[in-house]
Design a protein around this ligand. Structure first.
Ligand code: NAD
Length: 484
C-alpha cells in the first residue's frame, strides 16, 4: 500500500487506529489501484476525538490571538515547504493532475492558514457608548468544538478552509474527510502539530456518512460546517437544528455563465473551460449552463472544440497532463448516465461523450449544444466534465432563465458592455459572481451560495462571524433606578 498512513485517525496529537471500524479502501483513480486501507471511526473513536477537542478548547481559546495566529502561519509555511509531497498525495487521493494540485490544493490550504493566522490577533469586540456614560462592550468568543465534514474534490483545501477560521477564533475541530479522499486531512493535522498547535486542537476521524451524522448530534459539538451535496446538506442542517447548532453549508450548484455577443470570445472560451473542465469538472461552482447569445454561438462552439482537442489527458503525475480521471468509478458512472440522458433528450453532442479505454476512471471532456432549459443536463448537478451550451436572444430573457434553478452558488457573465455586466450581476441569484472571468476563489473574498446552494460564507473576514459569537456586556456608571 503505497500511501498507507500510520493509522486511520489523528486524535489528540497522534495517530490512532481501531480496526473494528468498517474498511475504507483508498483507490488511485488513474489506475484503480488500492493505495491505502483505512477504517471508519467506531463510536469509541468518535468519543475519543470529541473528548480531545473539548478538553483542548478552553486552553486554546485562552491563548492570545497572536499566539494562535503564529501557529497557523507556521503551519502555512510547512505546507508550502512540503507542497510537492502533499500535491503528489492529493493527486493519488483525487486523481487530479499534479499540474493542478501543485498550485491549487496545499497552496490554497496554506493561504487560508496564513490569512486567518494573520487575522487572529486583531479579532475583537466593540465598545458601544450609551447615554449618561453607560456603555456596552462586546466580547468575541469561540463557539467551542466545531465539526468539519468534507467533500472529495478539494480535500486539503476543505480541511484548511474549515480548520483555519475555526482555530483562529479559539475553537477546536474534529474534521471528517470524505470517505473517497481521506488521506490529506491527516497531513493537515500532522502539520498543525509540527507548527506547535496544542494536542486536540485539530483532530481527524475517518468514516462514511454515519460517522458525520454521529458527530453532528453530539452535545459536545457547537457548530457544523459541511461541504457536500444538497441532499446531504438537508440532512445535516436538520440534524444540527435539533441541537440549535451553528451551521455553514457549502453545497452543490448548477451555475449559469452568460456569454453576450460583444464578449471577447477567446476569454469566454477560457472561462467556460476553467468553469467546466478544471479538476475534470468536479468543482461545485462550475458554470455548467453556458448561455451563448445566438450571434456568436457557432463561433464559440468551434473555438471551444478546437481548444478542447488540445487538452492533455493522461497520467496525472505527468506534469504536462492537464486533464485527469474522475475521482471514482461511481462518479464516472453517474456522469456517463447524464451523458446518455443528454443524448436521449436530443441535445447535440459537440465534443467527447465517451469514456477512455484502459485502467482508471477517464472520460473525455464533453460538450452538448442546443440544450434546452427542461433537459436533465441543464437542471441537475452532474459534477463531472459535461458542459451544456444553451442559446439566447435577449438580456431580459437570459436573466430569467439563468435564475430559474433551485441552486444559487455562482454565476458569471462575459460582455464588454460595462453597465450591462453590473446590471446582470445585480440580477443574479447567486452567492459568488464573476465578470469576464470564472471560478476564482481567493481566501480574501467571501465564498458561498444562496438558495439551495448553502448557508453562510467561507473565507474572508466574514468567516470569522461564522466561527465566533458575541457576548454583550452592559455597564452602568450610574445608580440603578427601580420603579419601587
Ligand atoms: P456528499 O454530500 O455525498 O458527501 C459530503 C460529505 O458528507 C462526505 O464526507 C460524506 O461522508 C458526508 N455525509 C454523507 N451523509 C451524511 C450525513 N447524513 N450526515 C453527515 N455527513 C454525511 O458530497 P460529495 O459527493 O462528497 O461531494 C460532491 C458534492 O459536494 C457536490 O454536490 C458539490 O457541489 C459539493 N461541493 C460543494 C462545495 C462548495 O463549496 N459549495 C465545494 C465542493 C463540493
Amino acid at each position: 500500500m503505497k500511501f498507507q498512513p500510520i493509522a486511520s485517525h489523528f486524535i489528540n496529537g497522534e495517530y490512532v487506529e481501531d480496526t473494528a471500524g468498517e474498511h475504507i479502501d483508498v483507490i488511485y483513480p488513474a489506475t484503480g489501484e488500492v493505495i491505502a486501507r483505512l477504517h471508519s471511526a467506531t463510536p469509541a473513536i468518535i468519543d475519543q476525538a470529541l473528548n480531545a477537542a473539548k478538553a483542548a478548547q478552553a486552553e486554546w481559546a485562552a491563548m492570545s490571538g497572536t499566539e494562535r495566529g503564529r501557529v497557523l502561519r507556521r503551519a502555512a509555511d510547512i505546507m508550502r515547504e512540503r507542497n510537492r509531497e502533499l500535491s503528489i498525495l492529493e493527486t493519488h487521493d483525487t486523481g487530479k493532475p499534479l499540474q493542478e494540485t501543485l498550485v491549487a490544493d496545499a497552496t490554497s490550504g496554506a493561504d487560508a492558514l496564513e490569512y486567518f493566522g494573520g487575522l487572529a490577533g486583531s479579532l475583537t469586540g466593540e465598545h458601544i457608548p450609551l447615554g449618561g456614560g453607560d456603555f456596552v462592550y462586546t466580547i468575541r468568543e469561540a463557539l467551542g468544538v466545531c465539526v468539519g465534514i468534507g467533500a472529495w474534490n478539494y480535500p486539503t483545501q476543505i480541511a484548511c478552509w474549515k480548520g483555519a477560521p475555526a482555530l483562529t477564533c479559539g475553537n477546536t475541530m474534529v474534521f471528517k474527510p470524505s470517505e473517497t479522499t481521506p488521506l490529506s486531512a491527516l497531513k493537515v493535522a500532522e502539520i498543525l502539530i509540527d507548527a506547535g498547535a496544542p494536542k486536540g486542537v485539530y483532530n481527524v476521524v475517518q468514516g462514511y456518512g454515519n460517522v458525520g451524522a454521529s458527530l453532528i448530534t453530539d452535545d459536545r459539538v457547537a457548530k457544523v460546517s459541511l461541504t457536500g451535496s444538497v441532499p446531504t446538506g438537508r440532512k445535516v442542517y436538520a440534524a444540527a437544528a435539533d441541537g440549535m447548532k451553528h451551521v455553514t453549508m457549502e453545497l452543490g450548484g448548477k451555475s449559469p455563465m452568460i456569454v453576450f455577443d460583444d464578449a471577447n470570445i477567446e476569454n469566454a472560451v477560457s472561462g467556460a473551460i476553467l468553469g467546466n473542465f478544471y479538476s475534470s469538472g468536479q468543482v461545485c461552482s462550475n458554470g455548467t449552463r453556458v448561455f451563448v447569445q445566438k450571434g456568436i454561438k457557432e463561433a464559440f462552439l468551434t473555438r471551444l472544440s478546437e481548444r478542447l482537442a488540445t487538452a492533455k489527458i493522461g497520467d496525472p503525475l505527468n506534469e504536462d497532463v492537464n486533464f485527469g480521471p474522475m475521482v471514482s468509478e461511481n462518479q464516472m458512472n453517474i456522469v456517463l448516465g447524464y451523458i446518455a440522458k443528454g443524448k436521449d433528450e436530443g441535445a447535440r453532442l459537440v465534443h467527447g461523450g465517451e469514456p477512455i479505454d484502459g485502467d482508471g476512471f477517464y472520460l473525455h471532456p464533453t460538450v452538448f449544444a442546443d440544450v434546452t432549459d427542461d433537459m436533465a443536463i441543464a437542471r441537475e448537478e452532474i459534477f463531472g466534465p459535461v458542459m451544456s451550451v444553451l442559446d439566447f436572444d435577449a438580456e431580459e430573457e437570459v436573466m430569467t432563465r439563468a435564475n430559474n434553478t433551485e441552486f444559487g452558488l455562482a454565476a458569471g457573465v462575459f460582455t464588454n458592455d460595462l453597465t450591462r455586466a453590473h446590471r446582470i450581476v445585480a440580477g443574479f441569484e447567486a452567492g459568488t459572481c464573476y465578470i469576464n472571468t470564472y471560478n476564482l476563489a481567493p481566501v480574501e473574498a467571501p465564498f458561498g451560495g444562496s438558495k439551495m446552494s448553502g448557508v453562510g460564507r467561507e473565507n474572508s473576514k466574514l468567516a470569522i462571524n461564522h466561527f465566533s459569537e458575541m457576548k454583550t456586556v452592559y455597564v452602568s456608571m450610574n445608580d440603578v433606578e427601580a420603579p419601587y
